[in-house]
Design a protein around this ligand. Structure first.
Ligand code: GLU
Length: 294
């Protein structure tokens, strides 16, 4: 990965940020090793963060297991493990400021209602990963919003994408190791959820805030999150946060060309460890794409 000549080695900070909703698999081993090795090769820091905002699906047992897996692989991290669940107040404050700026609106829709609205509409907007939110609650009157909130209905907070884009005076870009200079087009994701009904945050909000708070210089993660970066770049702009470099690495696939899944026990690191595999075999199994280097 290219760095400017005057970038000090100590400035390099990478992270591995799994969601403890299941066991790690070979794909995680690959991603964690890339981020770890990149930091170590440059005398930088490698941090570990648990993205555990979904308190219904995340389990302390999975955190313990992730720690055990990483120790077994010989990957070491700097400092304490950061738990996102300990930072809900920080996320709340940022949501409050975005609300004050008028950039968020409450969305009362259930998944089913969204699907039904999409099915009714002949021109439902489409993004890179499926249909976009059709904007039902964006069009709701203030009276109706207040009535439903006062009645105690639960709601998510969505970003009003068109309003957010109005704050731009020039296109937003980021440097991506795989694809070079990228121009962000966050509108492809529509009015995304920034606070879920059940959680005062969402992945998009918390990851952007944490990457900034932890001074992450290089975000190394799977290319399945490439489109998310378009939105993350917009959030960085709105919240006046620094912009890391990105490396969206290719995903490790199984022999059928399918992505590994946490639900498939045979590829979990726990299973591989318990059936006598060694860490070097794990890395050999998942060493297909190149390691980013300077
Ligand atoms: N927590 C995310 C996951 O487990 C990764 C987030 C990221 O690396 O930005 O898929």
């Amino acid at each position: 990965m290219d760095q400017s000549p005057d970038q000090k080695k100590a400035d390099i900070v990478t992270r591995f940020a799994p969601s403890p909703t299941g066991l790690l698999h070979l794909g995680h081993a690959y991603s964690a090793r890339l981020a770890h090795n990149f930091a170590r090769q440059h005398g930088g820091q490698f941090l570990l963060r648990m993205e555990d905002i979904d308190q219904t699906r995340c389990k302390p047992d999975f955190i313990d297991q992730i720690v055990e897996d990483l120790h077994w692989l010989g990957l070491t991290w700097d400092g304490e493990i950061r738990l996102q669940s300990e930072h809900f107040d920080d996320y709340r404050k940022v949501l409050d400021s975005l609300e004050e700026e008028g950039l968020l609106y409450p969305c009362f829709c259930s998944r089913k209602e969204i699907q039904e609205e999409i099915a009714r509409s002949a021109h439902a907007p489409h993004g890179p990963e499926g249909h976009l939110y059709p904007g039902t609650c964006r069009k709701m009157s203030l009276e109706e919003r207040n009535r439903r909130i006062t009645a105690g209905e639960s709601y998510a907070l969505r970003l009003d994408m068109n309003l957010a884009l109005q704050s731009l005076t020039a296109p937003l870009t980021w440097h991506d190791r795989e694809k070079g200079l990228q121009t962000a087009t966050p509108e492809i994701l529509g009015d995304v959820v920034l606070a879920r009904k059940d959680t005062p945050a969402s992945y998009h909000l918390s990851v952007v805030l944490d990457d900034a708070d932890q001074s992450i210089s290089h975000v190394i993660r799977g290319e399945d999150l490439f489109y998310a970066t378009h939105l993350h770049r917009l959030l960085q702009h709105i919240l006046k946060l620094p912009v890391p470099e990105y490396f969206h690495h290719p995903l490790i696939l199984d022999h059928k060309g399918k992505r590994f899944s946490k639900r498939e026990e045979s590829v979990t690191l726990k299973h591989l460890r318990e059936t006598g595999h060694r860490p070097d075999e794990i890395f050999a199994l998942c060493s297909i794409p190149p390691t980013p280097s300077s």
